[in-house]
Design a protein around this ligand. Structure first.
Ligand code: BGC
Length: 553
């Protein structure tokens, strides 16, 4: 407690943790919007009825053989798939004005309204309306993908903040699974409801998230940032199950205010300020967030989720069917995320990222080596089944490493490394980086992996990498490892304000040791104030002040 009465070192501590958990965990529902929306489009655009409405008829009989001659030209396919990323990217950038001007809670509610508008437009049968609907739904997803981890980080009790924000990632994986299930259930329908139903289901997600958020308190950190002290106390009281005028709530709010005043004394909180390497190391933190989210995408995870089906098909894998492999990948992702979120506050963020990057790197190199040796189709067309099973097994192990580390931890760290004064801006830039790389990798992958059709009618030149692309993913995971070692501090068990102090006082590689010392000494901003005040007193009268705990400050 902020060096306050309960002396727990700041960060939300509660009389009853149950409510704090329920409230901050509920927002994780936003992950369903994210996972479901990104998971539906691939299935929707393959449906016969959708192609009948939006596709093109191929009179040559070469294209759309399994869809009655209807097909989606490549340019339209790229547009309708990647336009979501354009929306999400700008949505993430808009999250800053939304979070700081409208608020974290009301910002999430407003994002649900934007998202619902986009969903509604996608029920239309006009191509332009459908595409505009994708952009607007993307804006909603981009906003939510930034505001939800921000709200959760600011409201969760510090000892389980990793678990709570990790639940957001769990919801993303559940959303993707739900999308697969709903698409499978409606795909055989011969009417517009085949694609309208999976799209319209999203109204329910938006309604549950938006409606539920209306009942929750606003983030007390946001309210203090805006100078609404009484409202902040009431919100803090609700989150901690304590009276708004209790000494504990008072101490929590004092700690946040002291940290904020310190930040304001050293920076204006502008975008330029986010990149200054001042005493708060804002520049380091902002680049860390941006790079962390980029590296999360560069693990290659979406190569499996976006292109897995066609990749396994091209690799000649027939059993289990590529569709089943994709479902297996989704299930492994969800199941292992459940384990992962439970490890974050026990094993620690930095250590999990280091372990995860190493595990993923080894798996990707094994897949690449097996793929270019035993996994190759022989000249007589025969395939080595054992080698193929090894490939699939290591893809699953790779997903398991991602799900227990870089999946959830990237969001947890993004939510906690920024000081309050620049949190909305720093997070919004970091999350925008996630969506930018998501788009870039999705766009570039076919050009890297597929067979070149240069010279053929409408052909395109590609790098023809096929399974060799896993050498690239193995090397990017090595990049993730090096990046973590040099740039990610250990923040387990610290309040957001203590993390702020950690950045000011410690180097990254010494952060584990410093973190332990901070916890042992109960070091907080309030504690610093006390030490400074007592120091002034002792220099006034020449005697040391009483009651000043011994710290490492
Ligand atoms: C990533 C997504 C990815 C998902 C897979 C998220 O953390 O940001 O790009 O598709 O994890 O579960």
């Amino acid at each position: 407690m902020a060096g306050g009465p309960s002396g727990n070192g700041g960060g939300i501590s509660t009389a009853s943790t149950a409510w704090a958990i329920v409230m901050s965990a509920f927002a994780a529902f936003g992950g369903i919007l994210f996972g479901y929306d990104t998971g539906t489009i691939g299935g929707v655009i393959a449906m016969q009825d959708w192609l009948d409405v939006f596709g093109t008829f191929d009179s040559t009989g070469q294209l759309g053989q399994s869809t009655k001659g209807m097909y989606l030209p490549t340019k339209d396919k790229s547009l309708v798939v990647s336009i979501l990323s354009a929306g999400t990217f700008f949505g993430a950038l808009l999250a800053n004005p939304m979070a700081d001007y409208v608020g974290r809670k009301r910002g999430i509610v407003a994002s649900c309204v934007v998202f619902s508008l986009g969903v509604g437009l996608q029920l239309d049968t006009q191509w332009a309306t459908f595409v505009v609907g994708r952009v607007i739904a993307g804006l909603g997803v981009g906003l939510v993908s930034c505001l939800v981890p921000m709200y959760q980080s600011e409201c969760a009790p510090k000892n389980i903040r990793g678990l709570i924000v990790g639940l957001y990632q769990l919801a993303i994986t559940i959303g993707a699974l739900l999308a697969a299930v709903v698409l499978n259930a409606t795909k055989a329908e011969q009417s517009h409801s085949a694609w309208r139903t999976p799209i319209a289901v999203q109204f329910a997600w938006a309604f549950i998230l938006g409606g539920g958020m209306l009942l929750l308190p606003e983030s007390p950190r946001y309210l203090l940032h805006k100078g609404h002290v009484d409202r902040a106390r009431r919100a803090m009281g609700r989150l901690t199950s304590r009276p708004a005028d209790s000494v504990e709530v008072e101490a929590e709010c004092t700690e946040i205010t002291l940290a904020l005043e310190d930040e304001k004394a050293h920076g204006s909180g502008s975008y330029a300020d986010c990149f200054k390497n001042n005493r708060s190391k804002n520049g380091l933190r902002t680049w860390t967030g941006i790079a962390l989210q980029a590296w999360q995408q560069l693990t290659g995870i979406n190569f499996i989720f976006y292109f897995g089906t066609s990749f396994f098909q091209q690799a000649g894998i027939t059993s289990p069917s590529p569709f089943i492999i994709t479902i297996i990948a989704d299930v492994v992702n969800t199941a292992m995320t459940i384990i992962g979120v439970n490890l974050i506050d026990k094993v620690g963020r930095r250590r999990l990222l280091l372990i995860g990057a190493t595990g993923m790197m080894v798996c990707e190199y094994i897949i690449a080596i097996v793929g270019v040796t035993a996994g190759q189709t022989a000249s007589d067309g025969s395939v080595n089944l054992t080698a193929q099973r090894v490939l699939i097994a290591f893809v699953c192990v790779y997903i398991a490493f991602f799900a227990t580390s870089w999946g959830p931890v990237a969001w947890v760290i993004t939510g906690e490394i920024f000081p309050l004064n620049i949190r909305a801006k720093g997070m919004s830039l970091s999350v925008a980086s996630n969506w930018l790389w998501n788009f870039a990798i999705g766009y570039a992958t076919p050009y890297l992996v597929d067979s070149s059709t240069k010279g053929e009618p409408n052909g395109v030149a590609t790098a023809n990498l096929h399974v060799k692309v896993f050498f690239i993913w193995g090397s990017t995971c090595l990049g993730c490892l090096v990046f973590t070692y040099f740039f990610i501090p250990e923040t387990k068990g610290l309040s957001l304000e203590q993390i702020d102090l950690l950045y000011k006082e410690s180097s990254i590689r010494n952060s584990e040791k410093h973190r332990r010392q901070m916890i042992a000494a109960n070091e907080t901003y309030a504690h610093h104030e006390k030490v400074t005040a007592s120091h002034d007193e002792s220099s006034d009268d020449g005697k040391p002040a009483d009651n000043v705990p011994n710290t490492n400050v």
